[in-house]
Design a protein around this ligand. Sequence first.
Ligand code: MLT
Length: 315
Amino acid sequence: AAALAVCAHAQTYPSKPITIVVPFAAGGPTDRVARDLAEALRKPLGGVSIIVDNSAGAGSSIGSNKVAKAAPDGYTLLLNHIAMATMPTLVRNMPFKVDSDFEYLGLINEVPMTLIGRPDHPAKNFKDLTGWIAQNKGKINLGNAGIGSASHLCGLLFQNAVATDMTTVPYKGTAPAMTDLIGGQIDLMCDQTTNTTQQIEGKKVVAYAVTTPKRLTTPALKDLPTLQESGLKGFEVTIWHGLYAPAGTPADVLTKVNAALKVALKDADFLKKEEGLGAVVVTDKRVEPAEHKKFVAAEIAKWSPIIKAAGVYAD
Ligand code: MLT
């Protein structure tokens, strides 16, 4: 009877609103991707309403854990990013297992990061910034979204690359962090272009460099040097976002959501929004659940030694 119930459920799925949990504060880069994707998912999921639930904190482990423990019925999904690959190394006593507590629904996009400074920062380019860092050791405040977040990872690698420890100021997301940066409360931040493009265009912050190996083509970002060409050899961080469901979600439901994701990733409006913010939507096999899972496992293996070599700690 239970099997029949599950099967029936899958046939009628979705028959009520779907919640996508975003483990960071509203208005930030992860939230941006989730809201734009939710818009593109509605039609392929039969017009059902899709609610974005910002369950922020602890570098995304609070929201991720909420989904890991949610009913495996397809009505609570998680949209998270590279934190799924950094938390296993950075966060002690993780309340969930990235490989076994989730079903993988496909990779969504890849997003560059930018190193930015408060608008009144005396350093207006990367060369001046390195001089300023040297003269201000012990007095630098670097914003991030908590241990394990993308901004935390990039900040760690940056501190390691310039051999300078900075005071890191954690927020529930880089939206509140950006407010404080623009307000001058913190000096620097490394954040995704999905959150920084508009601020850079509006000259609300000083933009120093991008974290990708190649310069970007987005009009507002195309003149930004890479950190590699600015002298930080091998510095490369690109943030990817994926979609997840609780382990045990029925296969038919997973197939329906993955099929809808493939349609959404080809949605012209979604593609236009992503491109305008410097993001690249996934078009390769990583949109397949098995390949998405393999990719995350490879990313965990890639980032673990890098994080350990950067001399970093768990929380
Ligand atoms: C992060 O820094 O990991 C997140 O992108 C922050 C956010 O989405 O608010």
